[in-house]
Design a protein around this ligand. Structure first.
Ligand code: ATP
Ligand code: MG
Length: 768
């Protein structure tokens, strides 16, 4: 057959092409930031699809965040010239494992509608176990235990596999509590985050047939950000990959999740694990200007434990990295707000820049508050990426608990949360009675409550109210199962019938209206999902969603969440010792923690394409107290030739002042004579030819447009995940056969549920 055209490979350099075109056998792309690893990986997927090497659902591709997965999906679509609906296995480790575990839950003693606990639920459960074991929870807090257990799960240790050397943890009780915790989770038909991988590793190790089926199914495996995989993820990948077509990409200098169990060693021993691997190195950086790249390289060079890579750019030097000190954190936020407005508004006769092109990257999430407050005050639209903030709110958690119970009635944690919210006259004693009834009969709390009602174990108002609640829960669960109403209607009904909405309507505190707004917002969010369970799953998984209203916005996120992303303009505030690097890393003996912080600095600087601004404050309020701070030691490591020190604005109380700055840091001292006083105000910077050049570059790049605007058409068969006759699995309707295709919908004849039309992304292929 004639070779199919490959326009999507045209804008790759030879090394990238090699990585994208070497389809058979293991491939490792080990290269620095902005060298086009993710781009080449994406082109590889497109190549696989376009050449008909695999159907979209036969490709397993792992990204580090949900956001990255979404972006990759839309890029693939753009490069193919059509949207890709059928890539069910493109996502984070967690998202992929949820799907797998739903199919095989019974193999680890769970039902397929298991609940995913968030950290809050996890803590509450652990607290119960700690209290029940008569352990002093003040000395031995649940948070500490969850840290230990998470860590063990990251290493793929089930309770029986925890090595003896570790067993002294938590006063020698951790292993026993871990076993109890796992048993309790099973009773609750629940998993925590770590379980998603751990259970799948267990299943793959124990059930060879299941593993073999997926080994056959996934023809190609691709992993981005491989340097940040932990042991459990690594084992999972190795089990699935065998010695086949696996392509991993990463950068040892960007390993920043060591604290969460990631092992940079995984990437360094790839060639040993996969003999005959083709190793591709990329050295050309396409993202950042010369000064930015040089500044980042200068900082990371101070790390001892690294492979060491050279990076160069063919682009222009651009603006130097800008450095500015402020009097305090508020002034820093105020200054950055003004900078952003100036850049955005095109004031002073400059070309405007989109807010979407600007980001503020912080070391610790508590730093965000100052920016959020400031931006709210001045009405500057922003989005926070990386925190499930909205879903952490009390009213949202309450409402979600109701939804969880409607989906799976044995979710005891959810029941505990709402049983007396709104007030139903069920005090601690009543709840203990319910718990006892449940325990004595080995049933869930809802069932325990039913027993209490039937046998009149409670008195008065409480008894009556509990009866109503149990009845309502039955009815809601029935409605979820029967699908009589849409899940959005059902959700509204649940909030009304439970009295939860009324509780806030009758509440006279100033927060109540906001809470009602949030509940409305929650129902709105539901509309994007096919059913309640899908939504609950989504909420449990979101690590990186922001509010999705329209319009351009500045992004605020942690450095950790920024990995893999890029922005024309980046602000890096809070470069002070004790904040960045963190106090913890500075207190630690050895360099490990500090080197990880430095890699984080490298990640931060290399997110910037054209303008990178680092700032620090002389004073910060920490827990209501003022503390003075020294500029970060990383500032000293910035190569002088690539940095420009800006004079503090001095408008709001003076800023750090030239003398103060110089006294604080030797690097700054070195610069003081040459730079500090001459260095100009912002207006001069904006009027400099370099800035204008950057502006026009930003203009040339259509803002809303993809960088890869190339499109091509290929026959539909290669991209549509499904064809007539395929066996598929749907969360709610079970197994069925594809009878027809219609846009993004499939007509499916379900074995049990009959013929239905469903959105293609809600089904997964049934592994034969
Ligand atoms: P990171 O390590 O930060 O994840 P990366 O190596 O994955 O970076 P990409 O995000 O893939 O790098 O690419 C960085 C930028 O360079 C992107 O804007 C991308 O479109 C561009 N780019 C990559 N390769 C090329 C190329 N061959 N020609 C032109 N631009 C390129
Ligand atoms: Mg990348």
């Amino acid at each position: 057959a004639a070779a199919r055209p490959t326009p999507y490979l045209d804008d790759l350099n030879p090394a990238q092409r090699e990585a994208a075109e070497t389809l058979e056998g293991p491939v490792l792309m080990l290269a620095g930031a902005g060298t086009g690893k993710t781009k080449a990986l994406t082109a590889r997927i497109v190549h696989l699809l376009a050449q008909g090497k695999a159907r979209p659902d036969e490709i397993l591709s792992v990204t580090f965040t949900n956001k990255a997965a979404r972006e990759m999906k839309s890029r693939i679509g753009r490069m193919l010239g059509q949207t890709v609906e059928g890539m069910p296995w493109l996502g984070t480790f967690h998202a992929i494992c949820v799907k797998l575990l739903r199919r095989h839950a019974e193999l680890v003693g769970l039902k397929s509608n298991f609940t995913i606990l968030d950290t809050d639920d996890q803590q509450r459960l652990l607290k119960q176990l700690i209290v029940a074991a008569n352990i002093d929870e003040k000395r031995w807090p649940p948070r500490m235990l969850s840290g230990i257990i998470d860590n063990w799960k990251n290493r793929a240790w089930t309770p029986d596999k925890v090595p003896a050397a570790e067993a002294s943890a938590f006063d020698g009780r951790a292993q026993g509590l871990y076993a109890e915790y796992q048993a309790r989770l099973r009773e609750l038909n629940a998993v925590d985050f770590g379980d998603l991988l751990l259970h799948m590793v267990t299943i793959f190790q124990k059930y060879e047939d299941v593993l073999a089926r997926y080994q056959r199914w996934f023809k190609y495996i691709l992993v981005d950000e491989y340097q940040d995989t932990n042991v459990a993820q690594y084992l999972w990948l190795r089990l699935l990959a065998g010695h086949k077509n696996i392509c991993c990409v990463g950068d040892d200098d960007q390993s920043i999740y060591g604290w969460r169990g990631a092992e940079v060693g995984n990437i360094l021993r790839f060639e040993k694990d996969f003999p005959g691997a083709v190793v591709v190195r990329l050295e050309q950086n396409y993202r950042s200007t010369g000064h930015i790249l040089a500044a980042a390289s200068g900082v990371i060079a101070a790390n001892k434990g690294r492979l060491g890579k050279t990076l160069y750019t063919a682009g222009e030097d651009g603006e130097k990295v800008r450095l500015i000190g402020h009097w305090d954190g508020e002034e820093e936020a105020r200054w950055i707000g003004e900078e952003i407005e100036a850049m955005q508004g095109g004031t002073r006769g400059l070309d405007p820049m989109s807010l979407d092109d600007m980001a503020i990257l912080v070391r610790a999430s508590h730093q965000m508050r100052a920016f959020e407050d400031r931006f709210l005050t001045i009405g500057l639209p922003y989005r926070v990426i990386g925190g499930p903030r909205f879903y952490e709110r009390m009213e949202i958690r309450d409402a979600m608990a109701y939804f969880r119970l409607a989906v799976s009635p044995d979710d005891d944690l959810a029941f505990e949360r709402i049983v007396n919210t709104p007030k139903r006259g069920l005090g601690d004693k009543a709840i203990q009675t319910i718990q006892r009834a449940a325990r004595d009969n080995g049933v869930s709390l809802v069932e325990g409550a039913r027993l209490c009602v039937e046998n009149g174990l409670l008195k008065g108002k409480g008894l009556k109210e509990l009866g109503i609640l149990v009845q309502s829960l039955d009815r809601w669960h029935g409605q979820v199962t029967a699908e009589a109403d849409t899940h959005v209607e059902l959700a509204e009904m649940i909030l009304d019938e439970s009295g939860y909405t009324a509780m806030w309507q009758n509440d006279k505190t100033p927060e109540a209206p906001g809470r009602l707004e949030n509940l409305k917002e929650l129902v709105k969010a539901l509309e994007e999902f096919e059913n309640l369970q899908g939504f609950l799953e989504h909420v449990a998984l979101i690590m990186d969603n922001g509010s999705e209203e329209q319009g351009a916005k500045v992004s605020i996120m942690t450095l950790h969440a920024a990995k893999g992303l890029e922005f024309p303009a980046v602000f890096l505030p809070g470069w002070e010792d004790g904040l960045f690097p963190s106090q913890r890393s500075m207190d630690e003996s050895g360099l490990k923690g500090l080197e990880e912080e430095r890699r984080l600095a490298y990640v931060g600087i290399t997110r910037a394409e054209m303008l990178c601004t680092i700032s620090f404050a002389a004073n910060r309020r920490v827990y209501g107290q003022w503390q003075s701070a020294l500029p970060s030691r990383f500032i000293d490591e910035l190569p002088e030739a690539h940095v420009e020190v800006l004079t503090p604005p001095g408008l709001y109380g003076g800023g750090y002042g030239a003398a103060g700055m110089a006294a604080a840091s030797p690097v700054l001292q070195g610069m003081a004579g040459s730079n500090l006083h001459e260095k100009a105000s912002r207006a001069d910077v904006y009027n400099s030819p370099g800035w204008k050049r950057m502006q026009s570059r930003a203009q040339q790049r259509p803002m809303a447009q993809p960088k890869e605007s190339r499109t091509m058409t290929i026959d539909l068969e290669a991209v549509s995940a499904y064809s007539v006759g395929d066996r598929v699995f749907h969360q709610k309707f079970g197994y069925g056969e594809v009878m027809g295709l219609e846009g993004d919908k499939l007509e499916i004849e379900f074995d049990k549920a009959g013929a239905k039309k469903v959105v293609a992304r809600f089904v997964v292929p049934a592994a034969q």
